[in-house]
Design a protein around this ligand. Structure first.
Ligand SMILES: C[S@@+](CC[C@H](N)C(=O)[O-])C[C@H]1O[C@@H](n2cnc3c(N)ncnc32)[C@H](O)[C@@H]1O
Length: 275
């Protein structure tokens, strides 16, 4: 069977071809060692390399498994990151947080090389991309999940990122000053809002936060204790008011700001120490 025939065959089985067609091509490219979509079109008359494997992968996708877990990688900020069932698939919203952080770091620290702690690192995507795009001498990657940390370590090694890897609850491990703390902690309050496929396949420890938003509070309290000048969070779209109340109480000496994402949702929060 040619790649194109396999493609047409797969297309017929998709529930929502408009949205899912890209994933079918990702599966075919992965199955055949094809690196780009243009290469896929050039090679479409070749025989498919492993039809059984492709059919198994397609079946997994049709059953609702995210394509990134099937091919074990996800694109983030222009790089491929290994992902597995222990880590959240990096989201586009988080690319916006990285973008924001790169600009903020440049304005605040200029040409100085700084140290960053990426808390709740998951696949390591935030810390790695900051290292690659800002003046960072070292990243401290931490996560409560040892399995996630292993994935972050492999991603950092592959991308040539200098870092230390610590299994820790929030920032409990940190005993010295760093220049920036950045985190995308679990931030979903309401299970009902979550897609079935996310609930079924993504690690729940990466998704849900308690009603008191304790993880945000813990990270900020420890950062303040260590005199961290800049803290950046990705936040749930519905957390701005709650977080404002929490941070006003515990971070009086910090300027608290919220920023909207491309969908006009409050997604980024920064806390900057007043001089
Ligand atoms: C929303 S995911 C973010 C992953 C990655 N930073 C990203 O942006 O794609 C949250 C991560 O926090 C970790 N986590 C959950 N509770 C934690 C805690 N109390 N302390 C440290 N890490 C925690 C989870 O294991 C998960 O990897």
């Amino acid at each position: 069977m040619t790649l194109y025939e396999a493609y047409l065959n797969g297309l017929k089985q998709l529930k929502n071809p408009d949205r899912e067609e890209i994933n079918l091509r990702i599966l075919l490219c992965e199955n055949n060692g094809i690196k780009s979509m243009s290469e896929f079109y050039l090679r479409k008359e070749e025989n498919i390399r492993d039809l059984d494997r492709f059919n198994q992968d397609l079946q997994r996708f049709l059953n609702g498994e995210p394509v990134q877990y099937i091919v074990k990688k996800a694109q983030f900020y222009g790089d491929d990151f290994e992902v597995n069932e222990h880590v959240l698939i990096p989201r586009n919203e988080t690319e916006e947080v990285v973008d924001f952080a790169i600009k903020k770091i440049k304005v605040k620290f200029g040409d100085k090389f700084i140290e960053v702690a990426d808390v709740c690192t998951g696949s390591g995507c935030i810390g790695c991309e900051l290292f690659l795009h800002a003046n960072i001498k070292n990243v401290l990657f931490s996560d409560i999940s040892r399995e996630a940390l292993d994935v972050a370590k492999r991603n950092a090694t592959k991308l040539g990122v200098q870092g230390k890897f610590v299994c820790s609850d929030a920032l409990d491990y940190l005993e010295k000053h760093v220049d920036v703390v950045i985190s995308n902690p679990p931030y979903i309050l309401n299970r009902e809002e979550v897609d079935e496929s996310v609930l079924k396949y993504e690690p729940h420890v990466a998704l849900f936060v308690d009603d008191n938003l304790s993880i945000y509070k813990k990270i900020v309290e420890k950062s303040i204790k260590l005199g961290v000048p800049l803290i950046i969070f990705e936040i749930g779209y519905d957390l701005k008011d709650k977080l404002t109340n929490i941070f006003k109480e515990i971070a009086a000496n910090y300027k608290i700001s919220f920023y909207k994402d491309i969908n006009n949702k409050d997604r980024i929060c920064s806390l900057e120490k007043n001089d």
